[in-house]
Design a protein around this ligand. Sequence first.
Ligand code: MNH
Length: 459
Amino acid sequence: DFSPIPQPPAYPFLRNLPLIESTLPVRSFIVLAKTYGEIFSMRYPSGPPAIYLNSHALVSQVCDDSRFEKTGNRVLNQARDLVGDALLTAFGDEPRWGMAHRILMPAFGTSSIRNMFGDMKDICDQLLLKWDRAGPTHEIDLVEDLTRLSFDSIGLCTMSQRFNSFYSSSMPEFTKCVAEFTTETVQRAFRPSFMPSFLSYMKSKASQFLSLRDTKEDMLDERRALMFDGTMPDDVLTRLITKVDSKTGKPLPDDSIVKNLLTFLVAGHETTSSTLSFCLYFLLTNPETIVELQDELDRTLGNDGEVTLENLEKMEYLTAVLRETLRLAPVAFFRTVTPKEDTKRYLLKKGTTVVVNTPSMQRDPRVWGPDAEEFRPGRMLDGRFSALPKNAWQPFGYGVRACIGRPFAFQECLLFLAALFYHFDVSLVDSAYQLDVFQTITLNTRGMKIYTKRREGRS
Ligand code: MNH
């Protein structure tokens, strides 16, 4: 007496693949969720079916680390070719995940992130200075500059490297390479595996990555050379090199350190910059929210406009804006878990791939009401946010495998948005711009251009 799991009609050979649009697969899953409801199963040309969970009620059921664990999926498995069992791409309880997790958790905790504020502000100031100097008629390519911001920030804060991306008109080689790699990874994940032409392309991308990996290995040598004269910066890289795991008493092997550094560079720049670009889109297309935001900024920052950790904490509306952005645009949109034992009600066999469809779940009208599709930061103000049902807002994943970079990303986004909207009025170059979502491993906006103009009376 198990409830049957709906399954969209399958084609011979390609099975359910034709139901997924190739440029923006996530949109197909949101549509399928509307058609088939809170759960459905999908079959692909190869491999076992995957079960998609689309409602808050069902997602809540798998939010239990004792019964479900993180598992691979078509996209993650491809990324593992490059970063192996580093934090983000490790399955279940691979031992290197545990080691890296124990060594790194303190380095990404709230108090460590507070210590990074000065470096974050340094990078943020560079961007706002650039926009200021370019003047109010300069068309800003939003995604490009936000990518520079988050990439330089993660480099400086975690490994004391200055990428200086703002000083170049082209994008950093690393971010270009990551963008191409992740695009191809996803395309390949949803393409029948018998199409061989892309394998060589993948390989060349991988080797570009490997050459970057060599650079990072040099970075370890460079850092170790500083070990004995007391000048090692107090950052994540130093911690990775010098700390031993509390459980095994062993240090993290070098190749693991390198894979984790690469993971921070990749996971730490795309997600943050795309979240900011969605945030700007939502704000600019809901002008009343900007009025409210600037009102809060003026009240909190007064006349001198200096953003500090203390006044960031007072910005309740700004925090709500960011939460609401991550609800409607959870840029890391799917995560996959598997039951450790067969389940009841719906039968999910041990080892089945269960996909948490976060975009659908975070629009569940039973939780968010009839205006679930709309950008309403008011619903995320502290009192209402803490009264939400458990697991209803989950842009950073869940449990032991939740995002390690959450405090980092939050602080960076709040800082940037506060400084931007305190000093500038922002507008779309094309006031009729239609949101164009671009999907790789994460979601991003495409083609958005803005103007920034100093606000009256703000120096
Ligand atoms: Mn991040 C895991 C979303 C910023 C590094 N991140 C996750 C997961 C989500 C996520 C969702 C869980 C994935 C899964 O269950 O398979 N991350 C985000 C979002 C932002 C973000 C929405 C920004 C906004 N993440 C960052 C930043 C860093 C980072 C910045 C780097 C410092 N994230 C990680 C790592 C993991 C992760 C590392 C894997 C943690 C683990 O499994 O131990």
